[in-house]
Design a protein around this ligand. Structure first.
Ligand code: MRU
Length: 363
């Protein structure tokens, strides 16, 4: 996508510099800062600190991280250590394990001397595939939005939570891809953007939509149900960090409450789902998906970036106990369906298996 008219991706490999470059998302939406990522420590830090974030982007970054480890030391021990180091960075988004597993499976049988080149080629392939997958999600989502837009007879109101935009992927985004494509196709639409405390990923979505000229309004996390009751939301589209084989959806904390309110108000609740985000090994999302617990300071303080750096302001009385679950699980029964790169399907095991018989069979 574009920033001030210039085409960008959220990460890119620089042959000239011999390193990966990323948009450091901690500074957005205030400042565009590009960071060079060189060592395995840099990679792990970029994911842990959420300089890169969003399930697909974490996966692509980890693939490049493994390539760097192989360039430095292509031994079996180094491959195992780099895998473990990167895998431990964040626990919930399955794309991380998916990318690392794919890379390890491809690299382990190779002669160590061939691993560095193969690992870099594979990382580029994973990043490229992500772009294609998200573009295809947008094309399928566009037909869904087109249908709803005809029924709406006024600008179509879409609500989204967190940032499942192009900076959460390599390009296009998942939830935003249908929105960008519908906007570009001339469909009259407007997006309600949940702020998504505590990290305020909604501000990233607002920045993206604003850069692309998509009409939008930033709202508090608690406003969605109220807007749905008043008929001001036609469809919800979110991204996801992990979907189980039966269709439970793990996504940013607060997604479940939106799905509940959507059910009560008859608002369709769709999830944009790239196939690498399906975890075929688990079924019951509530019991089987590890939920990341983040620093309680993100709850007790509000963060923003300014000229002096990243600033924090306390909002709670000193010493107030706080808890910071980063994700929640929306049961499949609350999900209208998935928008995948192969088309739309119901949020059921049969629905997913129907679109991805090849992937389910491998498990
Ligand atoms: O904690 P984050 O910012 O990495 O969480 C991101 C989300 O929850 C996204 O909705 C999800 O990863 C899908 S991104 C296409």
């Amino acid at each position: 996508m574009k920033i001030e008219g210039q085409p960008y991706r959220s990460l890119w490999w620089s042959d000239e510099k011999g390193c990966l470059e990323i948009i450091d998302q901690r500074w957005l939406p205030h400042e565009l800062r590009i960071q060079e990522v060189r060592s395995l420590d840099d990679y792990a830090d970029a994911i842990v600190q959420m300089r890169v974030r969003g399930a697909p982007l974490i996966g692509a970054t980890a693939a490049y991280g493994l390539a760097i480890a192989m360039a430095n030391d292509p031994s079996d021990a180094s491959l195992a250590a780099a895998y473990d180091r990167l895998h431990a960075t964040r626990p919930t988004a399955i794309n991380l394990r998916w990318a690392l597993d794919r890379a390890r499976t491809a690299l382990a049988p190779l002669d160590p001397e061939r691993r560095a080149e193969a690992a870099l080629a594979l990382a580029r392939e994973i990043a490229g595939e992500d772009v294609d997958i998200n573009h295809a999600i947008g094309t399928h989502g566009l037909s869904l939005l087109r249908r709803l837009a005809v029924e709406a007879e006024r600008p179509l109101n879409i609500l989204t939570h967190c940032n499942a935009g192009w900076i959460a992927t390599v390009d296009w985004g998942t939830a935003t891809s249908p929105i960008y494509q519908a906007h570009d196709a001339g469909i009259d639409l407007h997006v309600w953007v949940d702020e998504t405390r505590p990290r305020n990923q909604g501000a990233l979505t607002a920045w993206e939509l604003g850069s692309h000229g998509v009409p939008h309004t930033y709202i508090t996390d608690n406003a969605g149900g109220h807007l749905m009751q008043r008929g001001l939301v036609d469809i919800i589209i979110t991204g996801t960090d992990r979907v189980t084989r039966r269709g439970d959806v793990c996504n940013k904390i607060g997604t479940y409450l939106k799905a509940l309110a959507a059910k009560d108000n008859g608002v369709p609740f769709w999830v944009a789902l790239p196939s690498p985000t399906i975890d075929w090994t688990v079924s019951d999302g509530l019991r089987e998906i590890p939920i990341e617990q983040r620093d309680p300071r993100e709850v007790s303080h509000i963060q923003g970036a300014g000229p002096g750096g990243i600033a924090e302001i306390r909002v709670t009385p000193k010493g107030t106990p706080t808890r910071n679950d980063a994700f929640d699980v929306t049961p499949a029964r609350l999900v209208t369906g998935f928008i995948t790169e192969r088309g739309l399907c119901p949020a059921t095991e049969d629905g997913l298996a129907g679109l991805f018989p090849d992937l389910i069979a491998r498990r």
